[in-house]
Design a protein around this ligand. Structure first.
Ligand code: NCD
Length: 300
């Protein structure tokens, strides 16, 4: 049995196999042949708000022919009565075959995995932690447009400090030496040291030159809920705003990704441009999570 807690669990060979399996799955999301999880149960237990992640996990299990039980909000669970994550998971792992869990405190999911008798999938681990399944679908989306074996310029923009999707996608991309990573954020929201690596570039402003020299622009929201100091959030919240005019500076075949929700970083007028790939990216969550669930349950 294996848990999925961190992007560090994926080396290049595993990623290549995973991407190939996810491509096959994407061709057949709605086919009878995809219904390989009959009788299996996925539990989703989310301590923090979610739309895409929880519902795409649940859609993935339903498309696989399995079943879903769900706690979409900790306030309607026994967590509210003071139950520990360990006890919650001890009970849930007697009900379900696999558990997708989002925590509000980094490190919770390791505690969950330590007592679980079924695979735990990290669906977002607090603000300092990771979000490895989002980064698998991000990587899958990138791989639909670009080879990972030839030079590729990826620019992350926004909240690098609390953006857990960046904390997972950057290490995944580092499995491919041709990929060059650049991180743009206010200095207060710089990428934490533990997620940095040699060869990365760190900037505080986005320029025309960067936009012209970017193949994948990955924009994130400033994570309001992580700020202890409201005034600091107010100061930084509008730091980056991408209009259609700015995106048109980018190469014609470049792509614009965002894990969503967006709250002002990307103007709706950008949606009509060929670079806008964020809704397709969100949709890729279904075949990617189908593949992951099927692998964890030994169904593939
Ligand atoms: C992200 C998250 O929850 O970390 N959303 C998601 O899972 N698609 C990004 C965010 O909330 O900004």
């Amino acid at each position: 049995m294996q848990h999925i807690l961190s992007a560090a669990q994926f080396d290049r060979e595993r990623l290549e196999k995973f991407l190939a399996a996810a491509s096959r799955m994407a061709e057949c999301v709605k086919c009878d042949g995809a219904r390989i999880a009959d009788g299996k149960v996925l539990a989703t237990f989310f301590y923090e708000p979610s739309t895409r992640t929880r519902l795409s996990f649940e859609t993935a299990m339903l498309r696989l022919g399995g079943h879903v039980i769900s706690v979409p909000d900790k306030s309607v669970s026994s967590v509210k009565k003071g139950e520990s994550v360990e006890d919650t998971v001890r009970v849930l792992s007697g009900f379900a075959d696999v558990i997708a869990m989002r925590s509000d405190t980094t490190g919770f999911l390791e505690r969950a995995a330590a007592v679980s008798t079924v695979p735990i999938i990290n669906a977002g681990d607090g603000g300092d932690g990771e979000h490895p399944t989002q980064s698998l679908l991000d990587l899958f989306t990138i791989s639909r447009y670009f080879s990972l074996e030839t030079p590729l310029r990826v620019t992350f923009v926004g909240d690098m400090k609390y953006g857990r999707t960046v904390h997972s996608l950057a290490p995944l991309l580092r499995n491919f030496p041709e990929v060059q990573l650049r991180f743009v954020s206010p200095k207060e929201l710089a990428l934490p040291k533990k997620y940095q690596a040699d060869g990365d570039e760190h900037l505080t402003e986005i320029s025309e030159n960067i936009l012209k020299n970017t193949d994948v622009l990955y924009v994130t929201r400033i994570q309001e809920e992580r700020f202890a100091d409201r005034a600091q959030y107010e100061k930084l919240k509008n730091k980056f705003h991408f209009t259609a005019e700015k995106i048109k500076i980018m190469p014609k075949n470049s792509i614009l990704l965002h894990p969503l929700p967006r709250v002002g970083e990307i103007d709706p007028a950008v949606d009509a441009l060929p670079q806008a790939t964020y809704f397709e990216q969100a949709h890729n969550g279904v075949p990617v999570r189908m593949t992951l669930i099927a692998q964890l349950l030994d169904l593939l």
